[in-house]
Design a binder for this molecule. Structure first.
Ligand SMILES: *Cc1c(COP(=O)(O)O)cnc(C)c1O
Length: 431
């Protein structure tokens, strides 16, 4: 078994491994994919995605449930197709995501529409196709949705997002269940909001939902949120409004460091279902909206080392991927492991590097203080890059977005071609 720069094989994400001194996704050597498609290149393992989904399916087996993949984590069509064919619904946050969802043939009644700022046009579009549920985040939004639905002679299926005021103990930018966040309706206003919704001719109350944040690595915040949501269900039903399904959102974290220990999805749901049963809600339909935990560790971004730039205070390793491809470090100071695709001999001398991209911003870094033995021209893999990377990628510095490959056993499918400059300027006009 290869050990590289202190990185034992066992800490690689599942379905990524060194075979004959070369990093593979399932049965495909990553060097070959980079030669064929160029870099930066996103590579995903289909088995890793399905394996992550299977943990949720095991956890919820025997219960009436719907797993809606939160597609903002990675909305590439072939990724959506993979999850939809495996039985998932989709959680969307825009009209654009609705169109992607329909393009992969998901049944509209398995679509949940989340987000604080839906436009009337988006509401109409979603009502037209008959989505399963609007997760509504404010009284004002309820009223507009009611009006839009009545104009169309329809009733919009709604769930109200409650803000359980629970600290998810994650990065402030991805914590969403606290009173200071823009998300959801405060607990003290929930019953009144449901009474109001139930009285609107254009609305049909179907559920309740919450989502407390992202990259959550502990079970406690989920149990707390579940308790608060169930308290709310009790009060709402005491006021005469029936709740059919309970949606606990997404947010389960993944192992980025190699030693983060988020609960496994099946273990998490075992604990949550116990609580649900103990409180007498075991027969309710459960919806969940996982994003990152389904795709995050299924993807890696391959990048080529362009230049070594040793310095007095810092050594910089300049690579061809940048913040426009991998925005998480710049946005959240997030950590991604970076490993060689073809490790150099164990006795090769390594240096501590800041791995940075070519973009003209000091915020354009991918990893800091990484010990690596590399030469220019070597390939590196930025791990755990399946979620919130490609879907957040931009064209800053007129950089085309990367290509994407989905590996399935020994097969590799190009699922997105590299974006050209012509693609980027297609909608622009000279004076
Ligand atoms: C982003 C989001 C999710 C998914 O979050 P993950 O951390 O990727 O699992 C689920 N529900 C809502 C409402 C979201 O905004």
């Amino acid at each position: 078994m290869t050990t590289t720069a202190g990185l034992p094989d066992s800490t690689l994400p599942p379905f990524f491994s060194y075979q004959d001194q070369a990093l593979h996704a399932e049965g495909v050597p990553l060097q070959r994919l980079a030669e064929e498609h160029g870099t930066p290149l996103f590579v995903y393992s289909r088995a890793a995605i399905l394996d992550a989904l299977a943990a949720y399916q095991r956890g919820l087996a025997g219960r009436e449930h719907l797993i809606c993949y939160a597609m903002k984590a990675n909305s590439s069509l072939a990724i959506l197709q993979t999850l939809v064919q495996a039985g998932c619904g989709l959680d969307i946050v825009s009209g654009g995501e609705l169109e992607r969802a329909l393009a992969v043939g998901v049944s509209p009644d398995k679509i949940i529409f989340s987000g604080v700022g839906k436009t009337r046009a988006e509401m109409r579009q979603a009502l037209q196709v008959g989505i399963g549920c609007f997760n509504v985040e404010s009284r004002a939004e309820l009223d507009v949705l009611d009006e839009v639905a009545r104009e169309m002679g329809l009733r919009a299926p709604v769930s109200v997002r409650v803000n359980p005021n629970v600290d998810a103990k994650t990065h402030p930018y991805i914590s969403t269940g606290l009173k200071g966040n823009k998300f959801g309706i405060a607990q003290e206003d929930v019953v009144e909001t449901y009474r109001h919704a139930a009285a609107c001719a254009g609305l049909r109350v179907v559920g309740i939902d919450c989502h407390i944040g992202s990259q959550i690595t502990q079970t406690g915040p989920y149990l707390d949120a579940m308790d608060r949501v169930l308290d709310a269900v009790e009060s709402i039903e005491a006021a005469g409004v029936k709740i059919e399904h309970i949606d606990f959102g997404g947010g389960l974290g993944i192992d980025y460091q190699g030693n983060d220990n988020p609960p496994a999805a099946d273990a998490l749901w075992q604990a949550l279902l116990q609580r649900l049963d103990a409180r007498g809600f075991g027969d309710r339909k459960i919806c969940i909206e996982p994003g990152r935990s389904l795709v995050g560790n299924a993807g890696a971004c391959l990048t080529e080392v362009l230049f070594l730039k040793p310095g007095e205070q810092k050594n910089f390793l300049i690579v061809d991927a940048a913040m426009n491809d991998l925005p998480r470090p710049a946005m959240y100071q997030a950590f991604h492991r970076i490993v060689p695709v073809q490790p150099r001999a164990a006795d090769a001398s390594s240096t501590v590097w800041d791995v940075v991209g070519p973009v003209c911003e000091s915020g354009d870094w991918i990893g800091r203080d990484r010990e690596l033995a590399v030469h220019s021209g070597d390939l590196l893999a930025v791990l755990s890059a399946g979620a919130y990377c490609m879907s957040m990628a931009s064209n800053y510095n007129t950089r085309g977005r990367a290509a994407e490959v989905l590996v399935d056993g020994t097969q590799a499918h190009l699922i997105r071609a590299r974006e050209s400059v012509a693609d980027q300027t297609r909608l622009e006009r000279l004076l």
